[in-house]
Design a protein around this ligand. Structure first.
Ligand SMILES: Nc1ncnc2c1ncn2[C@@H]1O[C@H](COP(=O)(O)OP(=O)(O)OP(=O)(O)O)[C@@H](O)[C@H]1O
Length: 116
């Protein structure tokens, strides 16, 4: 029963120790939450922010997991290894693009409202 939580926690610790991008995404998430708290966001806007944050973290975790499996399978240069890693990293780019759009739609009008 406890193993259900222990192994994912070990995975989380591995990400914190070895995946600089994951840590950067976590720090960015904290900054976005602080920025969101400065504005009076609606419940729906917070939900979009949460979806944006978790989608990037989720894709980064999957990307790292793919990298581990590829590195386990081969140390040599392999075209399929390249495809696996490159396509997995594109998933992170897609999630980041979605999150950037969500962030712009929510924050840009509020920043303009502050300036006016
Ligand atoms: N075994 C391999 N065969 C072919 N190409 C590879 C192989 N390993 C890595 N690559 C290429 O090098 C790139 C970087 O791979 P690497 O494992 O260093 O990821 P990374 O730079 O640590 O990624 P991230 O910054 O997301 O952690 C891959 O996207 C891929 O294009």
């Amino acid at each position: 029963m406890m193993k259900r939580f222990v192994y994912p926690l070990q995975g989380f610790m591995t990400l914190l120790k070895k995946d600089r991008n994951f840590v950067l995404h976590l720090l960015t998430a904290v900054l976005v939450i602080i920025a969101g708290s400065c504005f009076d966001l609606t419940k729906v806007e917070w939900l979009f922010i949460i979806i944006a944050i978790f989608s990037v973290l989720f894709m980064e975790v999957i990307n790292t997991s793919v990298e581990y499996v590829v590195d386990l399978v081969t140390d040599d240069y392999h075209e399929l290894a390249k495809h696996a890693k490159d396509t997995a990293s594109f998933a992170v780019v897609l999630a980041s693009m979605m999150s950037a759009i969500i962030g712009c739609v929510i924050f840009i009008p509020r920043i303009f409202a502050l300036l006016n």
